[in-house]
Ligand binder design. Sequence first.
Ligand code: PLP
Length: 418
Amino acid sequence: MTDDDLTAIAARYGTPTYVYDLDGVEAQVTRLRAAFPGADVHYAVKANANGALLRFLASLGLGAEALTTGELERAVRAGFPPERILLGGPGHTPALVKRAAEVGVGLVSLDGEGAWRIWREARAPDTRFLIRVNPGFDPRTHEHLATAAPHAKFGIPRAKAMALAEEVAATRRLAGFHVHAGSMIAEVEVARLVVEALSPLYDRFPDLDTVDVGGGFAVPDAPLEAFAEHFLPFARARGLRLVIEPGRFLVADAGTLLTRVLHVKHGALRHVIADAGMADLLRPALYGAHHPVRVLPTEGAATAPAAAPAASVPTPAVPIPATPTSAIPTTAVPTDVDGPLCENADRLARHVDLPDVAPGDLLAVGRAGAYGFAMASNYASSLRPAEVVSRKGEARLARRRETPEDLWRLEDEAQRSS
Ligand SMILES: Cc1ncc(COP(=O)(O)O)c(C=O)c1O
C-alpha cells in the first residue's frame, strides 16, 4: 500500500481508522512458513480479531489459537475448522469448556490443574490436551510480556507438569507440552531455553506426538530461521508435530492507524494533539511501546476517493492545510504525539522526530496491526475507530466506526427487558 492509498482511505472513512494490508499479512505467513516448513501455524486471535482478517487467515489454511469464548466464537465464525482451533489461556470457565467441547476444538492447552478438573468431566471425544509448562527463565522482554518468568501466572512448574501429564496421559488424550515464553522475543537464546525446558518432559513421555513452542516472535525482525534451528530439529528428532502460535508477527507491520492532527501546542515540548490516543492504541501507554509515526501526503495530492463516506461513518470536518507537509523540513523540537483525552498517559508516541505539522495533517502510526484495535476501549466514551482492509489495491470497510448510539445500545436493551 502506498501513502497515497492511506490518504485516500482517511478521506473516505475519516479518522481515526485502522487499515490492515492483507497482502502484507500474506507475505508474513509466507515468511513464517518458509522458516518453519511443515509447522502447524495457529494464529493467536488476541493480536487482532477483526472478522475480515480472521476469514483471510483461515482461507490461507492457518489454525487459530483462542482463549476466551469470544475468540472461540469468532474463530468458528471465520471458518477455522474446529480441529484446527487450539484453546489456551489461564482461565477456563465451565461455560467456555462446554462450548469448546461442543465445537470439538482439536487441542486444549491446560494452564493448570484447575482447568483439567473441568475438562476431564467434559464430553469432548475429539479434543486432545497439551500441558503448558512454566519454564521459569527470563525471556528477555518487557516485564508485562514475560510469560516464562518464574513469577508469571502462566503454566505449571516442571515437576507439577509431569504429575499432571501422568493423569492426562492415563486418559490417552495427552498430545504434548506447550511453552509460550513471552512476546516480542528477539533473542535466539530464548528458543534454546524453551527446548531445554521441554526435553526432559518428552524424555519421560516418549510417545507424545505434538509440541507447541508458542508465539511471541518480535517485530519487525525476529530471527525466525535461528529460532527454527532450535525448534525444528527437536521436533523432527522426536517425531513431533511442531505447533507455533504467532499473533503479532503476522499482523503488526500490516496495520496502520490513521489519525489527524487536531492542535499543536508549544511548551517544554511540542505536543501534537491527535484525534487518536490511548483509547484507540493502548500500547504506548501500557508498555511504553514505540510505534513509528509519519506524516502522510495531503488529500489534494492523493488519489481521489471513489465514493462519499457512508452515512454511518462520520468524517470529521477538519480543515486540510494547503501546504504538502512532505515539503516541510524536520524540526529538532522534541515532540510528543498525544491523544485527545484527559490523561497524562494518553500518548501515541514520545520524543519523535516529526516535521512541522498543522491541524488537519494526517499521521500514519505504523506497526499498529497487533494489539491495536484489539485493546481499544470506550474509555471516556471514546468511539472505537473504523477498520479497513486492503487486498490487491482494493480497500473496503471491515468494521464501521462506532457511533454514540453504540455506547448506550446495551443499556437501552437492558432497560427494555427489565
Ligand atoms: C499463549 C500465547 N500464545 C501466543 C501468543 C501470541 O503472542 P504474539 O502476538 O507476541 O506472537 C500469546 C500472546 O499473549 C500467548 O499468550
